[in-house]
Design a protein around this ligand. Structure first.
Ligand code: COA
Length: 154
């Protein structure tokens, strides 16, 4: 089951992210849960929150900001179901495109996005800090990873 989450789900979401490791900070989750221009979707199984996605509404487009599934639930269709719900949300907003960016080395996420109809638009060199760090800045440095920019028309 997929539902929209609200601020009352913050503690559950933070606990899930500790396992899912999609790179979202507690502050980013709180901001998304409280924003009218974001939608946080939760994937539940047996009343446990085991997956989530965050999509933000931009003036003409929508952006997938995070998607994460508990490691023990991966490869069972949760990511795809969440992406379908993200696409439906963005279509409901009448967004023209759904955008996302992902580390070039995150092959499981890239495969999911390709499966869900995204194609590559370009790259940002050295966009991400080394794995494990939360901030993303455009400055280049050793160990940084390129961002793959992907989108699909809605
Ligand atoms: C990316 C992620 C959300 C996928 O979730 P998931 O529930 O495992 O995805 P699904 O089971 O719906 O998989 C859908 C398709 O994606 C592709 N895919 C997903 N994981 C894959 C993997 N490890 N290797 C290859 N393909 C993969 C496959 O095509 C899969 O279809 P299939 O199982 O029929 O072959 C999950 O791996 C995750 O939480 N990763 C850590 C967080 C993260 O990196 N998020 C993205 C950046 S915000």
């Amino acid at each position: 089951m997929i539902t929209e989450l609200n601020v009352e789900h913050l503690a559950l979401l933070i606990a899930l992210e500790r396992h899912a490791q999609s790179g979202t900070s507690d502050a980013q989750m709180l901001a998304a849960l409280g924003s009218q221009d974001s939608c946080v979707l939760g994937w539940w199984q047996d009343e446990l929150l085991l997956g989530y996605a965050i999509v933000a509404r931009l003036p003409f487009e929508a952006e997938l900001q995070a998607i994460g599934v508990h490691p023990e639930q991966r490869r069972s269709g949760a990511g795809r179901a969440l992406m379908d719900a993200v696409l439906a949300t963005a279509r409901g907003w009448l967004s023209e495109r759904l955008l996302l960016e992902v580390r070039v080395g995150n092959l499981s996420a890239i495969r999911l996005y390709q499966r869900c109809g995204f194609s590559e638009d370009g790259r940002r060199k050295g966009y991400y800090p080394p794995q494990g760090s939360l901030s993303a800045t455009p400055q280049g440095a050793v160990g940084r990873e390129d961002a793959l920019l992907m989108s699909q028309l809605l």
